[in-house]
Design a protein around this ligand. Structure first.
Ligand code: GRF
Length: 321
């Protein structure tokens, strides 16, 4: 199994969703591990539980700190713990935009309503008062706007005729505890799915001028130029020639650059079978934590290396990226 995604959980109180995530991560096939539980409230009950489970904790009151400065303190703790993802679980803070944008696509939240209905507080009472027959919970990516990022998963929970907000809350909580670990597991695993990786590389490759997709000996590839005479600038190699890896193949300037890259980062780069001889390097995509800006940079560089002059003038490519 690939390395497990490293998750930092931010809480402010009870921490029952945190507990559900910790217990889910005990299963040996769970694709994430909880590397840190952090709280802005020294009294948060979840902290004692996390400690008892042997998980590193970080506690820092937000009082007396500017919002952005406090976010940086929490973020620092997450980075120190080597977190790939930040998972908010009852974390009662509005987050600064800069913090949110630094974790774009890597920060999740759970909310006790069927978003986009009832963002914010008092979701149970609002659903009951509105006469809704259904409520539920939502896991979504965190964006700059409160409770409104892309939805990753939802569970519907029926509202009973005599429901009170508390009774409804306790049933929604049961649904939350099942939903969050499952959605998080699926989300962190998406980057291990070759189809998802090919789609993602394709999106980036086709953003470059005059490009199209074309398979080559069964491998997904992308070319620059016309359909008739275009040249390949990228391939995705999926367990090619018995290799265990899924990797992006892109063109280097030659054997020296290739050797230097492989020596500097042997876990990321390798010389692919056959293609390696003509200057193609393999950049691993099966790490679970791909740096997509880095991949986009490689695609641009490779595109420039093979594009005919009249097209390659269309974009300036930085030497370093
Ligand atoms: C949950 O209802 C969650 O949806 C909301 O805050 C509550 C946190 O509960 N964001 P807990 O701390 O996980 O028990």
């Amino acid at each position: 199994m690939a390395e497990r995604a490293r998750v930092a959980i931010f809480i402010s109180g009870r921490g029952s969703n945190m507990a559900a995530l910790i217990y889910a991560a005990k299963h040996e096939e769970c694709p994430f591990e909880v590397v840190l539980v952090a709280s802005n409230d020294p009294e948060a009950r979840g902290i004692a539980l996390a400690r008892a489970e042997g998980i590193d904790t970080f506690v820092q009151s937000h009082k007396g700190h500017e919002r952005a400065a406090f976010d940086e303190i929490m973020e620092h703790a997450a980075r120190d713990a080597g977190a790939d993802y930040i998972v908010l679980a009852g974390y009662m803070r509005i987050l600064s935009e800069a913090f949110v944008s630094r974790w774009k696509g890597r920060m999740l939240n759970i909310h006790p309503s069927l978003l986009p209905k009832y963002p914010g507080l008092d979701t149970y009472a609002r659903a009951i008062e509105a006469g809704d027959s259904l409520s539920g919970c939502t896991v979504h990516l965190v964006t700059g706007e409160l409770d409104s990022g892309p939805i990753l998963g939802q569970t519907e929970v029926a509202i009973l005729p005599d429901d009170t907000p508390d009774r409804l809350a306790s049933r929604i909580l049961i649904a939350e505890h099942q939903l969050y670990p499952r959605v998080l597991a699926d989300y962190v695993s998406r980057e291990l799915d070759p189809d998802w990786l090919v789609q993602k590389v394709g999106e980036l490759a086709l953003e470059l001028p005059e490009t199209h997709a074309r398979t080559s000996h069964g491998a997904p590839g992308w070319r620059v130029g016309t359909e008739k005479s275009g040249k390949f600038f990228a391939y995705v190699s999926i367990h090619h020639h018995g290799e265990e890896t899924v990797a992006l193949l892109v063109k280097t300037s030659g054997p020296d650059e290739m050797a230097a890259l492989i020596e500097a980062e042997p876990d990321l780069y390798y010389k692919p079978a056959y293609y390696g001889a003509s200057g193609w390097i393999a950049v691993r995509l099966d790490t679970g934590t791909v740096d997509w800006d880095h991949i986009a940079g490689w695609l641009r560089k490779s595109w420039s290396a093979v594009a005919p002059k009249k097209i390659s003038g269309l974009i300036a490519v930085a030497e370093e990226f």
